[in-house]
Ligand binder design. Sequence first.
Ligand code: PRP
Length: 218
Amino acid sequence: MKENQYLTFALGKGRLAGKTMELLEKIGITCEEMKDKSSRKLVFVNEELKLKFFLSKGPDVPTYVEYGAADIGVVGKDTLLEEGRQVYEVLDLGFGRCRMCVCGPERSRELLKHHEMIRVCSKYPNIAKEYFYNKKHQTVDIIKLNGSVELGPIVELGDVIVDIVETGSTLKENGLMVLEEICPLSARMIVNQVSMQMNADRIKPLIAKLKEELEKEK
Ligand code: PRP
């Protein structure tokens, strides 16, 4: 890697970015500028370590990494599955653990069992498609929503939802339940495929150190 070139991280704005910085700090990577929570800045630099961090919307993280605008990204497995970008997934960071599930009211259980034509509301149409078409071989009508998808079955837009379940309290408070589990999720570190070769001298030791730290925490 050329001298004076920054290693660039794309982080999903919010909790995931905070957790990532906590973890990086444990292996000696810090970014003082980022600690000011009231800041609206999007790009932060550690001149000494030649590191750059930028904050984007979660679903855009794999896009920045695939195109090489960022060398490294941290993003939820849900986003990786949904976006289907060409990146290397190198580490499970262990935080942000939750599950992707099919949820709905009790009455929808039978519809799932008998492979009936149902309507599925989701922020994750690709994950829903992959699960119902390729895994369950069930033809469904997928309706893309942008959030608060629990509303779908409540107002009878759909029969079930495909969504993230963490504590389960959103489901409970809205009279819904987990009907089927699709997969476990957590935060992952991803790397641009070219950077992995070209910046191997910086990226590989970083991954090794993080792995070691994560092992210690187990
Ligand atoms: C996510 C998800 C569920 C909720 C699950 O929503 O879509 O609604 O969290 O968490 P729980 O099991 O701990 O209740 P988010 O807060 O990201 O907002 P959104 O509905 O706008 O996507």
